[in-house]
Design a protein around this ligand. Structure first.
Ligand code: ASP
Length: 302
């Protein structure tokens, strides 16, 4: 039975922006579900869903509308992983892509590599845009607010903040899983900083049993190797609820917070977050849900 679950980031989501998130999630759910409904592959569905959110600057931090570095530039990260064979394609620090997840797919399909960063990744973009076209007035205003808050701080004290990263995991009719994550990173990040999203096993992971996409403080997810650790615990027999709670605890222990979505080959879908909100949407045969969730914790749907 096909299933699709999406996130639009974990963090604080203002009431005034809830509608924009829900509209964007609903559109992405349609885009991904259209693929699954016509017996398309999970890998195509997650790309379609994530690309839909990347193209929507009204809520999300990916592609157009990405968060800005402390220099005011956009540097995007994205990863696509196919659970059928463990193949992955990822990009980091890309500056000319309206859809970094599609560029990650180009890396997967047309290169012998897994992750390309910066100049080499930008050169693969078939439809390059002017880097300024990815910068929105909202992202500029957020950076200004961040700068004002950190005017007195220097070095590591000027802690970048994130949210509104996008991700999707899907199970197709043939029983295959896939995961995709795309982000502009965190507001005020140092130029050249790469988060967890483009790193298979950290922010994004899929194998034959489980697919995962994470959001939150990337440094903590990188250090906890969150998505691969979750897969390994499940493979060792842990209950899904416990494995998710442990994933969040490990991220906390590494100094971070955030959330993740997971989908099992048996169709169980789940999410967990410890921030005030997480933007979530899912669909399976006969049931559909879109919301900005405000009940932190672990949720599993049979
Ligand atoms: N995990 C992303 C990063 O660290 C940010 C986020 O999900 O809010 O780049």
């Amino acid at each position: 039975m096909p299933t699709l679950i999406l996130h639009g980031g974990a963090g604080r989501i203002d009431d005034a922006r809830t509608d924009a998130y829900e509209r964007g999630l609903a559109a992405a759910l349609v885009a991904g579900w259209e693929v699954l409904e016509r017996d398309g592959a999970a890998v195509d569905a997650v790309v379609a869903a994530v690309a839909s959110m990347e193209a929507d600057p009204s809520a999300f931090n990916a592609g157009v509308g990405s968060s800005l570095t402390r220099d005011g530039t956009v540097e995007c990260d994205a990863c696509l992983m196919d659970g059928r064979d463990g193949r992955a394609g990822a990009v980091a620090l890309v500056t000319r892509s309206a859809s970094p997840i599609r560029l990650a797919r180009v890396v997967l399909e047309r290169t012998p590599h897994v992750l390309l960063a910066g100049r080499g990744a930008d050169a693969l973009e078939d439809h390059p845009v002017d880097p300024g076209a990815l910068v929105t007035p909202y992202a500029r205003a957020q950076l200004e607010r961040w700068r004002a808050r950190h005017a007195e701080s220097t070095g590591s004290a000027a802690e970048p903040t994130g949210s509104a990263t996008v991700g999707a995991v899907a199970l197709d009719d043939a029983g295959a899983l896939a995961a995709a994550t795309s982000t502009g990173g965190v507001i005020g990040q140092w130029p050249g900083r790469i988060g967890d999203a483009p790193i298979p096993g950290a922010g994004t992971y899929a194998d034959r049993s489980v697919a995962v996409s994470c959001t939150g403080k990337g440094e903590a997810f990188l250090r906890a190797v969150t998505s691969k650790a979750l897969a390994e615990r499940l493979a060792a027999g842990a209950a899904l609820e416990d494995a998710l709670a442990r994933a969040l605890a490990d991220v906390n222990a590494m100094g971070g917070s955030g959330g993740l979505i997971a989908l099992l080959a048996d169709g169980r879908l789940a999410w967990a977050f410890d921030t005030s909100h997480m933007a979530l949407a899912w669909r399976s045969e006969g049931a559909e849900h879109v919301s900005v969730a405000a009940e932190p914790g672990v949720t599993v749907r049979p």
